[in-house]
Design a binder for this molecule. Sequence first.
Ligand SMILES: [Zn+2]
Length: 240
Amino acid sequence: MLIRTEGIVLKTFEYGDADLIATYFTKDHGVLKGFVKGARKFKSRFGSSVEPLTHANLSFLGKENTQLPKVTRSDILNSFQTLREDLATLLAIASVINLLIHLLQEKEPNSRKYDLFLAALKTLEQAENRDVVCLVFRIKFLWMAGYGPRVAECGCCGTRFKGSFGLFYPSYGSLLCRACASKYAQQTATRLGSAAIKFFGQAKSLRFGHILTLRPETATLIEVQNVLNLHISHLTGKKP
Ligand SMILES: [Zn+2]
């Protein structure tokens, strides 16, 4: 089996004294793991091409249906080095990578999601507010994957949201109107103001470049982040 595709390193795992197991998000084959022999042995271009977030042209070689093919070629297309130099950026990107690893299936191609991730990394390199780019990526990715939080209307009756704030119920993945909330919801809800609701809509529909021209209030971003983390933690069964 020989696979040629481009991909982005999501994470790596040290193996033995000199080798690595790398998890890639590839354009044509979804998530793929590869064995990278000698990657840590010396400071080579091949070794640096396995740094997390590196975008590279790749070849995988192995027996048919092997779980761990060998990476035989890794030519850097974009190192995204500047993203690895800043701790705050790395922390923000960690939330993105966790979401990708949780929601993507191994060996299931999805070039639209791949293109969205690559666009996000390219935008991050240019962006001043990298937190916002990571936040917007997570919202876009969830919608693309079919798990977007419903914040424009009531998740039970479909009544469109009106007013200065709504109540978001993580267990429903949705806002509920007051009538439905009183009938169905037992759990506590989180307040989501109209500016935060508007930001969710913009993040879903606008291109990254356009979103960076928006200047939401910090309080709005905190509300969006809070609801998104609750939503994702309910989806994945993990703490925010
Ligand atoms: Zn309702």
